[in-house]
Design a protein around this ligand. Structure first.
Ligand code: B12
Ligand code: SF4
Ligand code: SF4
Length: 366
């Protein structure tokens, strides 16, 4: 096993590359097969078929020679309002606005973290001479990055299921490097994963509008707005449309209410600052987007994952929900209804059905 100084060297390098946190842990104990199996058996993964990949329960086939995991975290908390802040919704211009999740305001984190992890591996190649292997993952690999971060002593997996660090909070992206290097754990002597600091708090469970946090630490993803607005390619179930509120891409509510995020440090990293129009975007603008414009406008943005169809579907739901709650001026009301009628008449059955639903909400509210 390499000496502690070598693990310290890696952690220092990670900080130099801009990561806020870095920890190292052995590959053993990175999965929680029993709970994962129960979670899947309950159907909580919904249509996320990739969650059934057997490597999530046993990561050995990913890199049989793997001995250690380096976990890195990057803060994405920019100095902007939170989704539960009513003032953000009633902008001075009184336009109807939707909410895009904080994680998606800037550049795609897969790319940002992916590059940084590759730079870290390149630095390690020059430092650790000899033959050794590595795999880097940001989000898309079969590894539970939150479990890895917890195991590396960087924080805990909380009741809202997010990974929280005591000093930074939960606005953190995670990335991992699996390596055949046998590194000393950064929290050595290893005495178990980081302590859970949720205590008696239940704020996230109480605040979740769709009841997705079915019990502390357990999410039924089928009910989570992040799943409904990003991962789901089909119709948003009727009973979950109203609770989806003004969220058009992802959801931040269970993190916005979390006390550990109250003093979360702000990042000035240019790649995470909100792109124009993405902080509480005008719904009229979203509804008017043409499919051809979508790929151009959202190049390099996480919003591409929802695809044009998904984003328009989500915008219809948000408009329908806001129709009831806002004093929209007559002109805007007419404009929105006209746009919804166009969409309801479009050849796309998914969009047409959601637009008709939104129109019915307008009619119900006069
Ligand atoms: C699938 C996925 C989702 C799904 C499901 C989320 C979920 N909570 O599982 C959806 C689309 C809903 C989602 C949403 C979001 N995601 Co996501 N997502 C992932 C992904 C790809 C896998 C997570 C996973 O393994 N889920 C499966 C379940 C089984 O895992 P689990 O919650 O850890 O479950 C364990 C516990 O429930 C536990 N357990 C303990 N007790 C009990 C008791 C019982 C009875 C049961 C059944 C289970 C159980 O056992 C389970 C197995 O270990 C990871 C990337 C990765 N590769 O790790 C990113 C990841 C977790 N997501 C991330 C982010 C940023 C988000 C969003 C904030 C995006 C947004 N704003 O819209 C939201 C946050 C919502 C939330 N409260 O978690 C970050 C998390 C960062 C952080 N600080 O935590 C990650 C790590 C991506 C990254 N690289 O940064 N996500
Ligand atoms: S992200 Fe939103 S919908 Fe999902 S669990 Fe958190 S509060 Fe509930
Ligand atoms: S809101 Fe409370 S219970 Fe939920 S994650 Fe934060 S500290 Fe834990």
């Amino acid at each position: 096993m390499y000496a502690v100084a070598e693990s310290e060297w890696i952690i220092t390098k990670a900080h130099e590359l801009g990561f806020d946190l870095c920890g190292i842990t052995p590959v053993e104990g990175l999965t929680d097969p029993a709970h994962l199996a129960e979670w899947l058996a309950r159907g909580y993964a919904g249509r996320m078929h990739y969650m059934h990949d057997p490597r999530r329960a046993d990561i050995t086939p990913v890199l049989p020679e793997a001995r250690s995991v380096i976990v890195c975290a990057l803060n994405y908390n920019t100095a902007n309002p939170v989704s539960t802040d009513a003032a953000a919704r009633t902008s001075a211009d009184q336009e109807l606005r939707g909410w895009v999740s904080r994680y998606a305001w800037g550049e795609d984190y897969h790319v940002v973290l992916g590059k940084k992890l590759e730079q870290l591996v390149a630095a390690m190649r020059a430092h650790f001479i000899g033959l050794w292997q590595s795999r880097t993952y940001v989000d898309t690999g079969p590894i539970s990055e939150r479990l890895a971060a917890q195991q590396a002593g960087l924080g805990w997996q909380a009741k809202n299921t997010c990974f929280i660090n005591e000093k930074i909070g939960s606005w953190l992206f995670l990335g991992v490097i699996l390596t055949s290097l046998d590194l000393t754990p950064s929290n050595a002597p290893f005495d178990g994963p980081a302590t859970d600091l949720c205590g008696n708090c239940q704020l996230c469970l109480e605040a979740c509008p769709t009841g997705a946090l079915v019990e502390p630490y357990v999410m039924d993803a089928r009910r989570c707005i992040a799943y409904l607005t990003i991962e789901l390619r089909e119709a948003i179930p009727d009973e979950l449309r109203a609770p989806t509120g003004w969220q058009v891409f992802g959801c931040d509510i269970c993190q916005d209410v979390c006390p550990w995020n109250r003093k979360a440090p702000v990042t000035l990293a240019p790649f995470f600052q909100p792109r124009q129009n993405l902080l509480a975007p005008e719904l009229n603008w979203l509804l008017s987007l043409k499919e051809e414009e979508f790929s151009q406008i959202f190049a390099g943005s996480p919003l591409r994952r929802a695809k044009w169809r998904g984003l328009i579907r989500n915008a219809c739901v948000a408009v329908g929900n806001l129709a009831e709650n806002y004093a929209i001026d007559a002109h805007e009301r007419l404009q929105l209804q006209e746009r919804l009628r166009d969409l309801a008449a479009s050849g796309d059955s998914l969009i047409a059905e959601h637009a008709s639903w939104a129109l019915s909400r307008f009619e119900a509210t006069g």
